[in-house]
Ligand binder design. Structure first.
Ligand SMILES: [Zn+2]
Length: 239
């Protein structure tokens, strides 16, 4: 049942060589994919922070405009009150308009103080936006360069992976389908390592000693021998 030819074992070894590369490349690609996501996430996060800073600046700018508009209204009121003051007939009216002018002047003072604070704030947020913009552009350049490198590597590795997959498929055609299924199963259980050599009676997969009788069978190479410890397919390495 377990009898297979020497050629089968050679085919299994070749299959393993491709499998090792496939597993390695898949891991590399997964890592690169993650790195790509991380880089674009970084840029996006910085971009969002920049937008927030811009909004702060715009809100300060709008606040300044509002206060300036209100100052204009108060100014107009002061002018009107002063005009009325010049045309008063009674002392009572005089006192009334005088208080009106006075109240509006106080209001104007308060608004001007507020305006100064907002102008100050606007200057600060404006500077932050400018600096942030510069930083963003530098970061964008850096990240885009990194992304370009990564993308190139990704495409190269992807191509290489496709080559190995095609190669493995070709090799697999020479193998009995049940043996192929067995190979895939063992590979899946052992992180892509299904076929390992035995060197000086030691399994190169788990580094345990192989019982002498089994070792002789591995040396003969005409049956499918699995490591009693790690269940990998064994082949003989002549040292
Ligand atoms: Zn083993």
């Amino acid at each position: 049942m377990n009898d297979i030819s020497k050629q089968n074992i050679e085919t299994l070894v070749k299959l393993q060589e491709a499998e090792t590369q496939i597993v390695r490349l898949k891991a590399v690609l997964k890592k690169v994919e993650k790195e790509k996501g991380k880089l674009s996430g970084q840029l996006k996060q910085f971009g969002n922070a920049l937008e927030e800073k811009k909004e702060n600046f715009l809100s300060d700018k709008a606040a300044c405009k509002d206060i300036e508009r209100e100052i204009q209204i108060v100014d107009d009121r002061i002018i009107k009150s002063n005009e009325k003051l010049r045309m008063v007939k009674t002392n009572k009216e005089y006192q009334l308009f005088l208080r009106e002018v006075d109240d509006n002047k106080k209001r104007k003072d308060a608004l001007e103080t507020e305006l100064l604070e907002y102008l100050d704030e606007k200057e600060k947020t404006g500077k932050i936006v400018q600096e942030s913009k510069k930083e963003y552009h530098l970061l964008k350049e850096k990240i885009e360069a990194e992304q370009k490198d990564i993308e190139k590597k990704f495409v190269d590795d992807r191509e290489l992976l496709d080559e190995y997959l095609a190669q493995q498929k070709k090799i697999g055609k020479n193998l009995d389908p049940s043996l192929m299924t067995r190979f895939a199963k063992i590979s899946k259980m052992n992180n892509g390592s299904a076929v390992v050599g035995v060197k000086n009676e030691v399994c190169m997969g788990c580094f345990m000693n192989i019982p002498p009788q089994l070792y002789i069978e591995v040396q003969r190479g005409n049956s499918l021998i699995l490591c009693p410890q790690c269940s990998r397919i064994l082949y003989y390495i002549n040292t």
